[in-house]
Design a protein around this ligand. Sequence first.
Ligand code: ZN
Ligand code: ZN
Length: 344
Amino acid sequence: MTKTALMKAMVLRGPRELGPAEVERPAPAHNQVLVRVTHSGVCGTDLHIYEGAIPARYPLIMGHEMIGEVVEGEDATLKRGDRVIVDPAMYCGMCVNCRAGQTNLCPNGSLVGRDSNGGFADYLVAPRTHVYPLPAAIDSSVAPLIQVATTCMHGHHRMNIFPGQSVVVVGLGVAGQIHVQLAKAWGAYPVIGITRSAYKRNLAGQLGADITMSSGAEAVRGVKEATDGRGADVVIECTGVPSALADAMNMVRLGGTLLLFGITSATQATLPFYQLYYKELNVVNTRAAKGEDFPPTIDLVARGALKLKPLVTHIVPLHDLEKAIGMLESDEDQRMKVILENAQ
Ligand SMILES: [Zn+2]
Ligand SMILES: [Zn+2]
């Protein structure tokens, strides 16, 4: 019996009860990799777990967007010290959905950092299947955003964008800015970004949006004008707000596609349902990501076709996690992604 090694972690002991602690360092089993976490991203899911809005089993180490260095679990293609990103979406591999390749829909699935201990710690153990090497061209301080980008990539896998098609992205937070860049990568034109925030419109313009406009009724008119009166071929809704979803349904062309990326938690909402029928809209839902989404996303970032650096506005040390979560709670317009750094 070896003596248990300890590590530092940010432990959530109940809603809004978060602090540093020394905990047992996880040990990798067969086909698992021990990763020293160097950088992780804080996201709305963490905020909701912290607040108690998403139920969790305590004590919990949150964090599902993390990268780090391989410490144990090397094999022919993975060396000690390699930088890797961990896919936090676990699945059983045996249910009907998994066997059909829909691992993101596995009813026995779980999320690292919500259902099991995650990346806001010195170390994390992950199945070898969920670990992807990062090329040297990718900066560690932006790499946790690749996890977010894979969820966008999954949405794009669920529909088709062809060169020259018009694409509207409603809501230009971190995910919206990634959707703008993916639409450009597929050759869409024009790519139109919509948000109330002048800061985010400017950022989308820098990242390739051909046109940006403020949200609301004028945006519905603006999209029609920019598409010769037809409406957009594809509208990607990233806010989850029913009024924005209604606008999105009014912006898309007859026979067009609406990707519902923003999570709409409203149980009742007034939407222009007649438009669904009249326009014969293709409504596409998307949930989380799959393993297949990681390699192409990593490749796009390595090639510079998907720029993540402009989306990171704050880098704070891991022990300031509570402060970082507080930043998410405040409605600061010029805050995009907050990255936690865990220096050795
Ligand atoms: Zn997240
Ligand atoms: Zn399954």
